[in-house]
Design a binder for this molecule. Structure first.
Ligand code: SAM
Length: 281
């Protein structure tokens, strides 16, 4: 999978992808990340990438021409051109799957489900806005989606692009040491959708089915006057699974009750949720 990031601050990404899983995924050739300096696609003496907004008001807007130039340099035409080309070449493998994404506070929320969808795409181009944002015609002409990483305003799309790369990349098969890790974690898939198979090694977890993860503990058993839950040291896989499921339901009920509306829940889950006081810790 290839990520391409278009930014006015290419230096921002120096070092950011050189740690942990992202670094390993690149070293193993599973992921490549390219960074394009938007100023390379300007043609004036000042290398201007921004201009005043039509209609007045505060701030500046990223001009469309350098962005179109950067996209064209990647061989990416407008959506209309891409659709026309796709019709001419009906054999799917001839064209790598592509998503052009504009990072924007006005975008649809980045969720684990969106990251899972992107992990199946061969090429993802990320456009980082700055100032008041990007001339809307770039969105209209080139972008397949606008993505927001949360309900707050960043000063630029670079942090958001790094978040998209990290979240997506770890869901590409082969990137995590154990692919099932991406299923047994916060916002993971439901038991019924787990592909690793009930028949394999006995699992001590439930697929989260859209819930938050359960709390984790490691040695020592006693720390700061608190003891790790005895059940986790009991070796009883059934009881461990039950305890973890209860904890997932508890955390979700307390911290993210909105997630319960879409989660895959059994009658037993609903009974547990009813017994949790939302104010409890
Ligand atoms: N005027 C814009 C608005 O109110 O929605 C905010 C522009 S912001 C200062 C500059 C750039 O940061 C945006 O163009 C976008 O690329 C990026 N950005 C800001 N917040 C973001 C978020 N929550 N998710 C993704 N990108 C964001």
């Amino acid at each position: 999978m290839r990520f391409e990031i278009i930014t006015i601050f290419p230096g921002f990404f120096a070092g950011i992808f050189e740690h942990g899983i992202v670094r390993r995924a690149q070293a193993e050739g599973l992921v490549t990340v390219g960074v394009l300096d938007l100023r390379e696609f300007t043609h004036d003496r000042h290398r201007s990438v921004d201009d005043r907004p039509f209609g007045g008001g505060e701030g500046m807007v990223l001009k469309p021409e350098p962005l179109a130039g950067a996209l064209n340099s990647l061989g990416i035409g407008t959506k209309a051109d891409r659709n026309a080309l796709a019709k001419e070449i009906p054999v799917a493998p001839a064209l790598p799957t592509l998503r052009v994404i504009l990072l924007s506070a006005q975008g649809r929320p980045l969720t684990q489900a969106v990251a899972r969808e992107l992990a199946g795409v061969e090429r993802v181009v990320l456009i980082c806005g700055r100032y008041e944002g990007v001339d809307e015609r770039i969105n209209q002409l080139y972008c397949d989606m606008e993505l927001s990483i949360g309900d707050y305003v960043l000063s630029g799309g670079e942090l958001a692009a790094a978040v998209v790369v990290d979240t997506t990349m770890r869901l590409i098969p082969g990137v995590l040491g154990n692919d099932a890790s991406g299923e047994f974690e916060s916002f993971g898939v439901a038991d019924a959708d787990i592909t690793t198979g009930e028949e394999g090694v006995p699992r001590s977890q439930y697929g989260s089915g859209g819930l938050l993860d359960y709390p984790h503990y490691t040695r020592p058993a006693e720390f700061g006057g608190l003891r790790a839950p005895d059940v986790l040291m009991s070796g009883d896989h059934l009881q461990i699974r039950k305890w973890r499921r209860e904890q997932q339901l508890r955390k979700t009920r307390i911290n993210r009750p909105d997630l319960l509306e879409k989660a895959v829940l059994s009658a037993e889950d609903l009974r547990i949720i009813d017994s949790i006081h939302p104010e409890s810790k």
